[in-house]
Design a protein around this ligand. Structure first.
Ligand SMILES: *Cc1c(COP(=O)(O)O)cnc(C)c1O
Length: 362
């Protein structure tokens, strides 16, 4: 066999990788099952499926179509591009929330696309108020301690007073109050929740009547009912990506399976047609098992365009190997791969090259 390590990478390899038999399979039924499990768990709070970063690299159009079909009524993304693509698919069937602070031009486009905007900055509030022809639907963000945008508690009374004024003028409609928490320790999250509750009260005292309050993402939303409020913004768990060093989640399974095929046979190892140019972290070599027709086998090394896997009886060219997925062929989850290289489960998925086709299966 041609060892993966013998291969020299060129720019042409990157182009060639588009045509190689590698794919990221997105299971419609597993996504639907995860969303059903999430809705059952979070009720009476609503589920917002987070579709930032091209739906955690699963493909925003496919994920949105499936989510809306399953009755999901809220989608959210930080980036206006993912949010706009989700809105284009969802139409009036779902509300789409976008929370990046935008320029004046971007604000006008986002409003024209029908997005609801997360506003955590006084200057941005003015831009949104000025951009709107009809009332812009906004969710005001209080900084509850993460210091990742959001209005500081000391500035909040003035901010919500100005929002109430813009609302009376018909320039905005305050649909929500929201924040984001660290989900690192219960004590910190509890302190954030107290700041959040106080901010909601201050907003109401200023005359605002938000329909929805939202604070939690996957981990706290799943584990702690008092963090759910009206909506939980669920990213990772929607896709079956459990937290690194966290437990398996009942009813939740990985939606994406990264598939490569055997391209060469050797005595001890086979070569598979996927490598670091496809986004496979080279540090995974020797640290994880992949799924094969004969069950789990060690991933021996990751090259630029091919990788080596411990062989199995009857291995043949063209056999499918699962690099990560739900475990159907003995492969590990993306989170287990992430843990093996000291990172989170989102990382191996987000690193899959955009040149790798996303294929929706049942
Ligand atoms: C990414 C993100 C989420 C979703 O987080 P998960 O842990 O993936 O569920 C929710 N809210 C905000 C503000 C985010 O940036």
């Amino acid at each position: 066999m041609t060892g993966a390590d013998d291969v020299t990478g060129t720019a042409a390899d990157a182009a060639a990788s588009a045509g190689r038999p590698v794919e990221l399979r997105i299971s419609r039924s597993r996504l639907a099952a995860n969303l059903a499990a999430a809705r059952a768990r979070l009720v009476p709070a609503e589920l917002m499926v987070v579709v930032k970063d091209d739906a955690y690299a699963h493909g925003v159009e496919a994920v949105t179509a499936i989510a809306v079909e399953e009755g999901v009524r809220w989608l959210g993304a930080i980036d206006p591009r993912s949010a706009g693509r989700a809105k284009a698919v969802a139409g009036d069937r779902a509300r789409v929330f976008c929370w990046l602070t935008l320029s004046a031009d971007e604000t006008r486009s986002a409003l024209a696309e029908g997005l609801e905007l997360g506003v955590g900055d006084a200057g941005y509030l003015e831009r949104v108020g000025a951009a709107a022809e009809s009332p812009a639907v906004v969710h005001l963000k209080i900084d509850t301690g993460l210091h990742r945008n959001g209005v500081r508690p000391e500035d909040w009374p003035g901010f919500v007073a100005r929002a109430a004024q813009l609302e009376r003028q018909g320039r905005i409609r305050v649909a929500g109050i929201w924040s984001h928490i660290a989900e690192a320790s219960d004590a910190e999250d509890d302190a954030s929740r107290a700041v959040f509750d106080a901010a909601v009260q201050v907003a109401r005292d200023a005359g605002l009547t938000p329909e929805v309050r939202h604070l939690a993402a996957s981990a706290a939303g799943w584990a702690r009912p008092e963090f759910r409020y009206d909506i939980v913004r669920l990213g990772a768990f929607s896709y079956g990506i459990r937290s690194a060093d966290g437990p398996e989640i009942d009813g939740i399974a990985p939606v994406a399976t990264l598939i490569a095929r055997v391209t060469a046979l050797g005595h001890e190892a086979v070569e598979i047609g996927i490598g670091s140019l496809d986004g496979l972290p080279s540090t995974l070599g020797g640290r994880v098992h992949v799924g094969t027709p004969a069950g789990p086998r060690r991933l021996d090394g990751v090259g630029l365009v091919t990788s080596r896997v411990e062989t199995w009886p009857g291995a043949a060219i063209g056999d499918e190997v699962a690099v990560f997925g739900p475990g159907t062929m003995g492969e590990a989850s993306a989170t287990t791969l992430g843990e093996a290289i000291g990172t989170v489960g989102e990382e191996p998925v987000l690193r899959v090259s955009p040149l790798v086709p996303r294929v929706v299966t049942d």
